[in-house]
Unconditional design. Structure first.
Length: 393
């Protein structure tokens, strides 16, 4: 195979063969030198040309090979192509390769320095394009399914002896654990070395942690990075993902409002398990003068950007929302509003402003808490073709 030959032979690979078989070639393991060579080959005129000229179709073909590019070259990729959905797909593709047959063996053969270089590029791509992400895009990344109890029980005994004690887990090992990490005890979670964003992100992507586990994980991040909550930057907050709900309300109020506002585009896409008071504390950060400012000044685009966190708006602020603000509330945010709060804060005239997608997101519990007039307003959005006698006085 071309990936196993000497570099002098590798660079002579037929370019048309390479372009036509990218999917096949992406499955193999590449040494550090061959990754550099591949990065150069990808930018030749006879393959895909300079990255400044790459298109969405090009990125589909290059896929995880994008992480082979030098950081300076990554910066030249057209920012409009690096959407939230695109970045999610790239990281998912890389993760699928790492857990596949070739990828798993490849990672085992790398030393820590080489692996840290790979993770560093992934972190850089996430951080660099975070500021360019556009709002309002829907992710179509397939949900990652948790392994069955049977497979976890079958894997655990063989995995732990290989990896050693939790305190010795390297960032690459933590990144590979996936849902198996939820089998770790609180004592083991406490001693994890979560110094790398990639390792934190792997744990932050898991949505099944208990509240206690989330708290322990957040403390592990602080202890590993030697930082306090106010010192966490946006890339770390993005990586925290679901772990954000492990932060106490008191500590949430000490997060850097500017850094959090940068991370909210990612966090707002998650179905967070935060309590109502936690969500309110996070919204308070977003309403800081250096973030998005007073809630009353927020437009449609801000509500789209903060996503699910809109569920944490204070009652009075939610009751005062006008049409252009309501239009920006995502269906996920609608579904996360506590049913008793939903019935109190939304006047029937506001419910009539819902889009069909927002109305569909209303849960059974929320709907049952509504008054007959509110339910009628909701039905008028869901089934506008039906004639309903209604008195909205």
């Amino acid at each position: 195979m071309a990936t196993f030959v000497v570099d002098e032979v590798f660079v002579q690979v037929d370019r048309s063969f390479l372009v036509e078989n990218m999917g096949f070639l992406r499955g193999f393991c590449y040494s550090n030198n061959k990754r550099k060579l591949m990065a150069d080959i990808l930018q030749e005129k006879v393959t895909f040309g300079p990255v400044e000229q790459w298109t969405s179709d090009t990125l589909d073909q290059v896929d995880r090979f994008i992480f082979f590019l030098p950081k300076a070259t990554m910066k030249k990729i057209p920012a409009e192509l690096m959407t939230l959905e695109r970045i999610e797909r790239l990281f998912l593709s890389q993760q699928q390769w790492e857990t596949g047959e070739f990828g798993a063996l490849c990672l085992q053969g790398r030393d820590e320095m080489e692996q840290s270089l790979v993770f560093d590029k992934q972190k850089f791509l996430l951080q660099y394009f975070l500021g360019f992400l556009t709002v309002g895009q829907k992710s179509q990344t397939p949900a990652v399914l948790a392994p069955s109890c049977e497979s976890l029980h079958a894997t655990q005994p063989s995995a732990w002896p290989i990896y050693g004690p939790a305190s010795a887990f390297s960032p690459s090992v933590i990144s590979q654990l996936g849902y198996m990490a939820s089998l770790l005890t609180e004592a083991e979670l406490k001693v994890l070395k979560l110094t790398e964003v990639s390792a934190v992100a792997a744990l932050g992507s898991i949505s099944t942690w208990t509240n206690r586990q989330l708290s322990v994980l957040f403390l592990s991040v602080l202890n590993s990075t030697k930082r306090n909550p106010s010192q966490l930057e946006s890339s770390t907050l993005v990586a925290l993902g679901h772990i954000i709900c492990g932060i106490t309300v008191a500590d949430m109020r000490h997060l850097n409002a500017v850094e959090f506002s940068k991370a909210v585009l990612w966090l707002g896409r998650l179905k967070l398990s935060c309590s109502e008071v936690q969500l309110e504390a996070l919204v308070e950060l977003l309403s800081h003068s250096l973030a998005f400012g007073p809630i009353s000044s927020w437009g449609t685009e801000v509500f789209i950007e903060i996503g699910a966190l809109a569920a944490g708006l204070p009652d009075m602020a939610m009751s005062a929302l006008v049409q252009d603000q309501i239009e920006g509330i995502t269906p996920l945010a609608i579904s996360l509003i506590p049913s008793d709060k939903f019935a109190v804060v939304f006047h029937h005239s506001q419910i009539r402003m819902f889009s069909y997608e927002q109305a569909v997101a209303v849960t059974a519990d929320q709907r049952s808490a509504l008054t007959p007039v509110q339910q009628t307003a909701l039905s008028m959005v869901l089934t506008p073709w039906e004639n309903k006698p209604v008195d909205f006085r």
